[in-house]
Write a protein that binds this ligand. Sequence first.
Ligand SMILES: Cc1cc2nc3c(=O)[nH]c(=O)nc-3n(C[C@H](O)[C@H](O)[C@H](O)COP(=O)(O)OP(=O)(O)OC[C@H]3O[C@@H](n4cnc5c(N)ncnc54)[C@H](O)[C@@H]3O)c2cc1C
Length: 402
Amino acid sequence: MNPERRGESYDVIVVGAGPAGSTTAREAASRGLKVLLIDRSLEIGVPDKCGEFIPSLEEMRRLAPKAERLEELFDPPGWCILNRTRRVRFNFPGDVEVSIPLKGVVVERKLYDKYLAVEAARAGAELMPNAKAIAPTSSGVLIKHYGKTIEIQAKVVVAADGTYSPTARRGGLPVPRDPYDYAVGYQHEMADVDQDPATIEMYFGERYAPGAYAWIIPKGRDIANIGVGARTPYMKPGLSVRDYFRRFVERHPKASEMLGKAESTAVKVGFIPVSGPLRRTYGDDIIAVGDAAGQTIPSVGGGVPTALICGRIAGWALAQHLLEGKPLKVYEDEWRRQLGETLENSLKIRRMGDLLLASDRRFNLAVKMGWVDEETIMKGVLCRIDSKIRLIEGTLLRVLRR
Ligand SMILES: Cc1cc2nc3c(=O)[nH]c(=O)nc-3n(C[C@H](O)[C@H](O)[C@H](O)COP(=O)(O)OP(=O)(O)OC[C@H]3O[C@@H](n4cnc5c(N)ncnc54)[C@H](O)[C@@H]3O)c2cc1C
């Protein structure tokens, strides 16, 4: 097919060929819908902005116990996988370290996103790179393509265009604007890192990563993604996330040792929604999926797994709507059924983290109270809220109210 000639009318236009959009397109096309998947990039998957860590199938089953058929989603092809990690070490202020076992893979996102888009094409979706959505219209989407503005008709528009989604916002969905709801991630890919390739390092504390955390995610023997996540309301006036990154690389007592000889091979910057999902992820003829819907895991900012899960549900729901006459609300009902509890718990844990890590002094108190141990951290990572976590939450709120 001539790649520069497209039809004028589709069942579904998916805006954004990231993990959410490509998975939605694949599922919808495989169910018999006529789907167009567009992306503003010249090449799908480029540029990527990601730490590139994806938990293993085993861990995903623990993290999202109600999500279905995970084995179909968490089996990336070997040629996308650069490294396998086995544990995560949490480095807290005051030299407090907690290691937990957690298996996962580090993928090359450029390859992985391309693979997901190829799978969508194989299922029957049409692909259109270099096509930037300007806004949804009453009958489709206005697109800028090779310098021309054109309208393509569709019965339903899928906003999968990532954080701050202009498509979702212009389509009337309640995309949050509060700076507390977003972290900015500033990352270099670096070579010659002195690291254990099986261990992901996470670093917390107001001095290096206010409102989020810094990370070293090994991509191989001595290559890693090194990043700092921060939220602007927590940052000192006059300092940018890049300043925090420099401080982390040069002065963090442990990280600076690992990075003393490292050289950069790429720089990546992006925003991550940590607000929890939008209040409503569907409208009259529109749904939002992935970061566009705020479906990232708020406590860690990981959004690839949830984009895959929600993308598949979105494709199913589009078929229910367009082929069976069901309301688009089935999309929201279903993703909340499969993933809602995980995301709600994660948001609570992020809020507790905000309280605990707002100052290093407060965090030291938490250590003295015996709240920072392997068992509690593991529960936090798996988004489990039990009596101990509730007790910590209650105590924190009582102390802060005083
Ligand atoms: C620095 C950083 C590190 C991260 N590390 C991790 C990690 O290790 N693990 C993890 O799980 N998550 C991580 N995340 C989050 C993760 O990258 C996202 O949650 C994930 O990519 C969401 O997928 P998505 O498909 O919703 O959106 P995206 O991957 O952002 O895809 C959106 C797509 O929409 C396209 N687009 C945007 N606007 C338009 C438009 N107007 N018209 C057409 N196309 C458009 C873009 O080109 C893009 O291809 C990280 C994020 C950042 C910023």
